[in-house]
Unconditional design. Structure first.
Length: 109
């Protein structure tokens, strides 16, 4: 929506939103108290800003959709991006759970 001609490469936009939010969700799930989450979020916004506008949050995507004031033309586009973000979030949650279960803890368990 924010990037000109982004509707020409919709698959790339959807995949960048999916993997961007999946990486961020994975960083949140594997957080050990360091500041790595903010660094990952900054990095993912910088990577995806030229492709999809860099909004890796469904609420922010919805706010941009409302602000553009072209409800009919962007409805399917915004819904697709929000759906990709939500699926990516659950994918990162599942991957984080799998990594926490299979990685040994500090005491070897």
């Amino acid at each position: 929506m924010e990037v000109p001609n982004a509707d020409k490469f919709m698959i790339i936009v959807v995949l960048s939103e999916f993997f961007g939010i999946m990486t961020y969700s994975l960083a949140v799930n594997l957080n050990d108290g360091t500041h790595i989450v903010s660094l990952i979020m900054f990095t993912m916004i910088i990577i995806t800003q030229g492709i999809s506008g860099g909004h890796l949050n469904p609420a922010l995507t919805f706010a941009v959709y409302i602000e553009r004031n072209k409800f009919v033309s962007y409805a399917c586009w915004a819904f697709t991006i929000i759906l990709a973000q939500m699926i990516g979030s659950f994918g990162g949650l599942g991957m984080g759970w799998l990594l926490r279960v299979t990685m040994p803890g500090p005491n070897g368990t």
